[in-house]
Design a protein around this ligand. Sequence first.
Ligand SMILES: Nc1ncnc2c1ncn2[C@@H]1O[C@H](COP(=O)(O)OP(=O)(O)OP(=O)(O)O)[C@@H](O)[C@H]1O
Ligand SMILES: [Mg+2]
Length: 236
Amino acid sequence: MLKIENLNVHYGKIHALNDVSIEVPDKSVITIVGSNGAGKSTLLRSVAGLVKLSGGRITFDGKSIEQLPPHKRVKAGIVLTPEGRRVFPKMTVRENIALGAFTRSKSELQGVEETAFSMFPRLKDRYNQLAGTLSGGEQQMLAIARSMASKPKLLLLDEPSMGLAPNMVDVVESAINYIRDQGVSILIVEQNIFMAFDVSDFGYVIQTGNIVLSGKSCELANVEMVKKAYLGEIKE
Ligand SMILES: Nc1ncnc2c1ncn2[C@@H]1O[C@H](COP(=O)(O)OP(=O)(O)OP(=O)(O)O)[C@@H](O)[C@H]1O
Ligand SMILES: [Mg+2]
């Protein structure tokens, strides 16, 4: 479904992504784990069209998308839930969800709220509450629900577990499984390697802009191996 080949991104002199190649097959959950500043957000933002590439190819559903502006990528089915659970604080839960659906036709709107509430029943109780007054965990739920309202084919999740209590991480993990069951592919970047490998089929480890390790998630979850990558012991 998504194929990234030899992607390079520079911010001035910083080489944020160096020849990164990854694939997200149809109906799969793929993860990229890495520590602070490794290039995880840059990679997702590149797929969403928010970063200028200095080289490489991105193919989605068999078509090259490097030239597509961000809103056309959303229309094509690529939706990003950015880092830091951004919601519109002065708008209600309901209005936030409706905003996610703005690129879709009226007929497509049906079921959007039901999907949100079956994923996160707690949001239903907070339907008319201002998003800014939700707890951190609830705001993450809302951010994901809003992305789902855009009816993605491919959902890009930027550190959905960041800053959440363990029980909230479990809620997010269940939501990811629910979304996968809807036939949506997911590319998730995380520092929480346990959560990431638990929910995904295949994973990559990124270190200062380079993919240093990849494999089936159940194998990568072999902590020793990944710890090595984290401690920088794996050289290119
Ligand atoms: N707009 C920007 N201008 C200049 N440098 C940037 C910009 N965005 C990111 N960088 C740099 O690029 C590198 C990768 O950043 P990125 O945000 O992709 O990392 P990350 O893996 O998402 O980190 P984190 O886990 O902290 O979110 C970092 O060194 C960062 O300082
Ligand atoms: Mg980031």
